[in-house]
Write a protein that binds this ligand. Structure first.
Ligand code: PLP
Length: 401
């Protein structure tokens, strides 16, 4: 399927008509266990290579169908799906890193990832160095002989700062270090980190790939051999497996990912331009805007600017409170990548407290994007005029108008 076009792979990847019934849509196999025609052992350690279906925590046909679709989209050899993006993230970090290993990680990323890296991973003896991954020299300077992995998130949540995946991958190769990229904001419609030299791609499937806000999921993609510890130790022993029902919903969403991403980008370009021209908005962060400090990298590295943007606005937290009550089209809610537009307020002090507690220059760089706080907007699939009208009403301070 990897030779077919991206849209064709999204529709057909991992799927085939049911050989017994001819059903064209994928079956949903909710069974937790599978009838065997001979004894097969009861420990994952009894098996090597491709596993037969035995127990859904070890593998399930509907989850496998989704994994094959995602691998086709990312042009990865293989994929392991998990119960959430965080389950995928922690599975990769816990299986790849042991006490004494060094992790260089983006100093701005999804706060759950940051909290885990600074908390449980550090307590486990992994040495964690947060670094500005938009600065290649800073990444190079942070590397040590014991650096086992570099972790980038691009575009980074919530400031939309980018990392040059090709350049970091080349650096990682020279240093003999693994590179993992959380590509949730980009999706394979915009960025395929493995093509650019990354070893692992991580996704929260809860966002664009599922696309409808009704199923949590996560995935790690990479080479089959490199994913082996994830399929066995992480999936079977840590047990954060994706429900087959969620896999089925997410696969249905993934089939329309390419056309949804085009529409998200189209809407976001219009909303970003509207916000940039608004007198109550001093700064908009959107890789598709010429004003983005890394617009040239975005244009080179990404096939689509995605639908995520963030902006500073006069009124800050007070405005956020008003938005929660007064927005009509946009939901004031966490999460992103859904067909509904979602907005959320992220105060800089709170972000720092829950992530890497940046100080000095690093905090200054964060504040360039975020000021004292920013609104993270996931532009949905509504008409962009309605999204802009909703924002204009609250930004213009005309409650109820
Ligand atoms: C970039 C990024 N990675 C990972 C996650 C975690 O995903 P999940 O909520 O599916 O666990 C999120 C959630 O917002 C995210 O934004």
């Amino acid at each position: 399927m990897t030779k077919a076009g991206f849209q064709t792979r999204a529709v057909h990847g991992g799927e085939k008509p049911d050989p017994a019934t001819g059903a064209s849509a994928p079956n949903l196999a909710m069974s937790t266990t599978f009838a065997l025609d001979e004894p097969a052992g009861f420990s994952i350690n009894d098996f090597e290579g491709e596993l037969p279906y035995i127990y859904t925590r070890w593998g399930n046909p509907t989850v496998r169908m989704l994994e094959a679709k995602l691998a086709a989209l990312e042009e990865a050899q293989d994929c392991v799906a998990f119960a959430s993006g965080m389950a995928a993230t922690t599975a990769l970090l816990l299986t790849a890193l042991d006490a004494g290993d060094h992790l260089v990680i983006s100093d701005v990323n999804y706060p759950g990832t940051a909290e885990f890296a600074r908390g449980a991973l550090t307590e486990r003896g992994v040495v964690v160095t947060p670094v500005d991954t938009s600065d290649l020299a800073a990444v190079a300077a942070a590397l040590r002989p014991e650096t086992k992995m570099i972790w980038a998130e691009t575009p980074a949540n919530p400031i939309l700062r980018l990392a040059d995946v090709h350049a970091i991958a080349a650096l990682a190769k020279r240093h003999g270090t693994l590179l993992a990229v959380d590509s949730t904001f980009a999706t394979p419609a915009a960025l395929r980190p493995i093509e650019l030299g990354a070893d692992f791609v991580v996704h929260s499937l809860t966002k664009y790939i599922g696309g409808h806000g009704d199923a949590l999921g996560g995935a790690v993609l990479g080479a089959t051999e490199a994913l082996e510890p994830l399929r066995t130790r992480a999936l079977v022993h840590l047990g954060g497996v994706l429900s087959p029902f969620n896999a089925w919903l997410i696969a249905r969403g993934a089939a329309t990912l390419p056309i949804r991403m085009k529409a998200h980008e189209q809407g976001a370009l219009k909303v970003a331009a509207f916000l940039e021209a608004h007198p109550a908005v001093p700064r908009v962060n959107y890789p598709g805007l010429k004003s983005h400090p890394q617009h040239a990298l975005a244009a080179r590295q990404m096939d689509n600017f995605s639908g995520m943007l963030s902006f500073q606005a006069v009124g800050g937290e007070g405005l956020a409170r008003r938005m929660a009550k007064e927005l009509r089209t946009i939901h004031f809610a966490v999460s992103l990548g859904h067909h509904r537009s979602l907005i959320y307020w992220i105060a800089t002090d709170a972000m720092m407290e829950s992530s890497y507690r940046l100080t000095g220059e690093a905090l200054g760089r964060y504040r360039e994007f975020a000021g004292d706080g920013l609104f993270r907007l996931s532009v949905g699939l509504e008409d962009s005029e309605d999204i802009c009208e909703d924002l204009d009403r609250v930004l213009g301070g005309k409650p109820g108008a």
